[in-house]
Design a protein around this ligand. Structure first.
Ligand code: GMT
Length: 394
């Protein structure tokens, strides 16, 4: 069992909190947001305890105030499906007891908010409030399935605080789940000190030795991301000008995208890098970011690209228009409109000065609307409010 659970005794000032954070630790937006939120809070002096089955990909235990508690799921021949949600609830309770947590913050409703509900019930009459942050597919794809809808609705209703990462997701949650409680919109954020224009010269040399413009895509390659559209868009661009496409990430549709690239004879121009660390260094090397998703509740990767001064061509889907302003930070097209996306991409790439100006506007908007410095205090205020409301309750 991995746990660095003996933390130094911290004399909590009025604003210092001990927070347990649960997320999916794998490559994916909700885990990234949860981890970076934890790191930002730790840097502000809060004590952060990540509770999950593996260390979250972007977690840095070397930073002060960051701890990790592994959830071990015991298997038994009778269990076709080991009960992770129960093991997680037990570990949440244990961490609360050993570390005197003030609050749990779970990211992605299924099954994390159900586990938090169980942990809170087991902890009673001691107070262990929990906040659920909804990220997207927990509402739009999985949560609205008949098998999960009642329990997802229940755990949302039972949470001591609920947040959604865009106005779109807020609206969708109310519609799909007929929720009557308040849900606060707290958009995702980006650390603009880390995500900034910085070219990885080794990467550029390796991918585009002739100085060709680089288009980039980053995702978990699930069907909802329409990764083959990225290849189709690139093929149309490549037919008009020299260019390269860098595909970062991995998932179920990677082989379909690789097959399509080779079928179109683009093997030399399309580079699949798989899962990568230090994304901020890679994004800054792109001239254009592609996000052709069928649906995105937010589109974190597009925001990260914007912070690196990279203009975006994305789809007008879900919460994306709240992040990417059409004609300002990049362009939006309807999902599946690869010709439209290619037209905009060619327009941006064939006028480097316009592309650069658009990238600079994107950066300015990312900083103004979504910087960590603006968003983290909103979470801190919410935590304080939920803690004082629950401790005042009978
Ligand atoms: O994208 C997914 O497949 C799932 C999910 C995740 O856990 O990574 O992504 C969602 O959360 C991200 C972070 O808040 C958002 O940026 C993504 O837009 C959202 N994905 C969808 O809505 C498809």
């Amino acid at each position: 069992m991995q746990s660095n659970q003996v933390s130094p005794v911290v004399v909590a000032g009025p604003r210092t909190m001990r927070i347990g954070i649960t997320c999916y630790p794998t490559y994916g937006g909700s885990g990234v947001v949860a981890t970076e939120l934890g790191q930002e809070l730790a840097a502000r002096g809060h004590e952060i305890h990540f509770i999950s089955y593996a260390p979250p990909v972007r977690m840095n235990l070397a930073e002060p105030n960051v701890y990790f508690h592994e959830v071990e799921v015991t298997t038994y021949p009778l269990f076709d499906h080991p009960p992770y949600a129960l093991a997680l609830a037990t570990r949440m309770l244990e961490t609360f007891e050993l570390q005197s947590l003030d609050l749990l913050h779970v990211h992605y409703a299924i099954p994390h908010s159900v586990s938090a509900f169980l942990a809170r019930s087991m902890a009673a009459p001691r107070r262990l409030p929990f906040i659920t942050t909804l990220h997207g597919t927990d509402i739009t794809l999985v949560g609205s399935n008949r098998e999960y809808l009642p329990i997802t609705r229940f755990s949302i209703e039972q949470s001591d605080g609920v947040t959604a990462i865009s106005r779109y997701l807020h609206r969708k949650t109310i519609e799909e789940f007929d929720i009557r409680r308040s849900i606060e919109v707290i958009p995702n954020f980006v650390n603009c000190e880390i995500y900034r224009s910085a070219v990885d010269t080794a990467l550029r040399e390796q991918i585009a030795p002739g100085g060709e413009p680089i288009l980039m895509h980053l995702s978990n390659f699930r069907p909802v991301k329409r990764v083959t559209d990225a290849v189709e868009i690139f093929a149309l661009v490549r037919a008009r000008m020299p260019a390269k496409l860098v595909m970062i990430g991995d998932g179920p549709d990677r082989s379909a995208a690789e097959y399509l690239a080779s079928k179109k004879g683009l093997q030399r121009d399309v580079h699949f890098l798989g899962k990568q660390d230090s994304i901020h260094e890679k994004l800054g090397s792109a001239d254009l970011f592609l996000l052709p998703s069928q649906l995105e509740s937010f589109g974190l990767a597009a925001l990260e690209a914007m912070a690196c001064e990279v203009p975006v061509v994305a789809t007008n889907a879900g919460g994306v228009p709240e992040v990417v302003e059409n004609g300002v930070d990049g362009y939006l097209v309807e999902p599946g409109d690869v010709e439209g996306a290619a037209r905009h991409a060619i327009e941006i790439l064939s006028r480097a000065d316009r592309g650069r100006a658009m990238g600079q506007r994107a950066r300015a908007n990312a900083e103004r609307k979504f910087s960590a410095g603006r968003i983290i205090p909103i979470y801190e205020n919410l935590y304080q409010r939920v803690i004082s409301e629950t401790s005042a309750a009978p």
